[in-house]
Design a protein around this ligand. Sequence first.
Ligand code: HEM
Length: 142
Amino acid sequence: MRKFLLALASLSFALLSSTASAQQAPTLYSQLGEKAGITKVVDTFVGNIAKDGRINGMFAATNIPRLKTLLVEQVCEASGGPCKYTGRDMKSSHAGMGVNRSHFNALVEDLQAAMSTEGVPFGVQNELLAVLAPMYRDIIAR
Ligand code: HEM
């Protein structure tokens, strides 16, 4: 009986500590403030792009509400959230635009500034940028 109780106690401890460690590892999605936090960042980000003379001309013919919806879906899905991105792939949506490294850097600056404005911690900002960085080769014109 004593052995059984000991085994039961250590099993409960193992279960409890695995639950605790699962709670200690929040997803990037939750660190961004879930859908509501991501929506705020995207709104501010697109507002920054609109004011950015280095790149705003490229968005002159773009349906902005649609772009915002797609960016929220994309960031939500890429950060581990429960969304499904419904837009076009990065290669076809940027084809023929002539996006170069300077355009890309300008857009990343606008995103970083938006995350700072919305209070996203620096480390979390870098995590999102790392998730988006591999898209670079599909977006840049060659
Ligand atoms: C990691 C970087 C980027 C991400 C994640 C991204 C994401 C997206 C997404 C999700 C869309 C909507 C796709 C669709 O229409 O189905 C889009 C469209 C667009 N992107 Fe990007 N983009 C990035 C970089 C850039 C850069 C550097 C530029 C130029 C400065 C740019 C210019 C545009 C424009 C103008 C559109 C709208 C195209 C249209 O009106 O049909 N993007 N982007």
